[in-house]
Design a protein around this ligand. Sequence first.
Ligand SMILES: Nc1ncnc2c1ncn2[C@@H]1O[C@H](COP(=O)(O)OP(=O)(O)OP(=O)(O)O)[C@@H](O)[C@H]1O
Length: 299
Amino acid sequence: MKSIISIHHVSKSYEGRTPVTALQDISLQINKGELFGLIGPDGAGKTSLFRILTTLLLADLGNASIDGMDVVKDFRKIRMYIGYMPGRFSLYQDLTVEENLKFFADVFNTTIAANYDMISPIYGQLAPFKNRRAGKLSGGMKQKLALCCALIHKPYILFLDEPTTGVDPVSRKEFWQMLRALKEQNITIMVSTPYMDEAALCDRIALIQAGKIMQVDTPAQVIANYPFRLYKAKASNNYRLLETVKEQDNILLSYISGDQVRLVFKENDRRIDFPGIELEEVEPTIEDCFIQLMKNESD
Ligand SMILES: Nc1ncnc2c1ncn2[C@@H]1O[C@H](COP(=O)(O)OP(=O)(O)OP(=O)(O)O)[C@@H](O)[C@H]1O
């Protein structure tokens, strides 16, 4: 498959009293038409990578290209073909829905009418509120408007930085349906998220932590690559259970996930010195894979 976003050995640090290494030797290829997820917690380096790819920040080392255009030399050209939705949607709070959209259309020397077909399925939901100021919209509505603004010049590559952070679960679900529909129109989408459950909705994902890519694969293959048998345990007090198992030498991994403790045993010794626990083998989730890879990196 043809790659449309190519990243080669990109590194980025920020100077300051405490210098921060935000990206360490990142290499990635994103294929044409892919819905690609960059999955990682706050501070992992997602925004830094997005800003380098959208020509807003220079890498210290390495290079990247968008559809054959270099992010440094060809930055003007790239900006015409990409759409970027930054984290914390960059809307003008005092402008109305329609004024925001018109502003972004003007920036790209186009009009809402000329590109209405591109945004109509999403803008249709916003139309009843077109005279409302952006600052008075709900999180889900802001998110839809920000997506329309990123799409108004008909880009064929979209960069969406944490578009679902702080948005309610229903809007999150709707948003992913919109992304699927955009993918059907042959738009390549690179999207970042700290929500591990959203990883399953991508064609391929990169798991990023502390500026390093730990694994790149399809969500199903990331799960298939999990190297251990994983168990869930429930007890009357999960925190006490966790403290107990951390003292035991037959436990390789232990952490709380939701209402249970997740456990990986060394070899086959499944002894737990805690009364009345229920133990059951489970399929790993992307979050389990992430935690295991993080542990690998720190060992
Ligand atoms: N302008 C800056 N100056 C100094 N440090 C920075 C700057 N921008 C980001 N960082 C630091 O670089 C690291 C990576 O930040 P980045 O914003 O790229 O990560 P992220 O995964 O997008 O996280 P978040 O969701 O919190 O923005 C973090 O430790 C962050 O504090």
